[in-house]
Design a protein around this ligand. Structure first.
Ligand code: PXP
Length: 255
């Protein structure tokens, strides 16, 4: 199994900053710490309502990632406004996500099957600008097939339901959700898509997700920023990285 990349999502550093309308803590500084701690890339979601990451943050993060040779993964809704911003910045990667103003976080995956006529042109425009396009979807066979049809190079499988089942100690549901993710990863890889995963991942759930065959990248945010309160961001990222590496290390043969 090759080394899985870790994208660190720094949105919630901005959530804390914005809660007081202050200029700190700075997402840019968090991105610098994340890179120093071994993050393979920085992920940020510019939401329509700008509740956390701002346009200025994206400017700064783009410049930092360029300087440091690290990929910026811009999470964005499929809107005219976001598409224009992405085409202006031309980030390394864009992850298209569903967005509803009233949600607390990204709930569920993108309906690629039902939104082909809206999503496929956005995928095409981003790809033509040199951005690698990922679609954030539920591990659902129809959505995965639609993602390939829409021309995406990557799918990011929504791990929220699995992580929630583990946190709620619902073992049966956790097994079911993990199997769904495994089947989704196998289907996507079979269609030639690169497979990423994310949402709700913590120390308790990262091992099983990282061990899913075919997963190339995990994007993790909220838990790491919360954990940073107690042990610091660098230590939290290093621990997550160590758990990912342990999950993908080949088992030693027993004599
Ligand atoms: N991947 C995608 C597409 C997301 O929308 C999010 C949440 O912004 C994440 C990963 C990270 O999720 P979390 O903050 O729960 O780790």
């Amino acid at each position: 199994m090759s080394r899985i990349r870790l994208g660190v999502n720094i949105d919630h550093v901005a959530t804390i900053r914005n809660a007081r309308g202050e200029s700190y803590p700075e997402p840019l500084r968090a991105a610098e710490v994340a890179i120093a701690a071994g993050a393979d890339g920085i992920t940020a979601h510019l939401r329509e309502d700008r509740r956390h990451i701002s346009d200025a943050d994206i400017d700064e993060l783009s410049a930092l990632c360029l300087r440091r040779g690290k990929p910026l993964n811009l999470e964005m809704a499929v809107t005219e406004e976001m598409l224009a911003i992405a085409l202006d910045h031309r980030p390394h990667a864009a992850c298209l996500v569903p967005e509803r103003r009233e949600e607390l976080t990204t709930e569920g995956g993108l309906d690629v099957a039902g939104g082909h006529n809206r999503i496929a042109p956005a995928v095409r425009a981003l790809r033509e600008a040199g951005t690698r396009v990922s679609l954030f979807i539920e591990a659902d066979p129809a959505q995965t097939a639609a993602a390939a049809e829409a021309g995406a190079q990557v799918v990011e499988l929504h791990t929220g339901a699995y992580c929630e089942a583990v946190r709620e100690a619902d073992a049966e549901r956790a097994v079911r959700e993990l199997e769904r993710l495994k089947a989704g990863a196998a289907q996507a890889a079979g269609l030639g898509l690169e497979v990423h995963a994310g949402h709700g991942i913590d120390y308790a759930t990262v091992t099983a997700v990282a061990a899913i065959p075919g997963i190339a990248e995990l994007n993790i945010g909220h838990f790491l920023i919360g954990e940073a309160i107690f042990i610091g961001l660098e230590a939290a990222i290093r621990r997550m990285r160590a758990l990912m590496d342990a999950a993908t290390r080949p088992a030693r043969a027993t004599a």
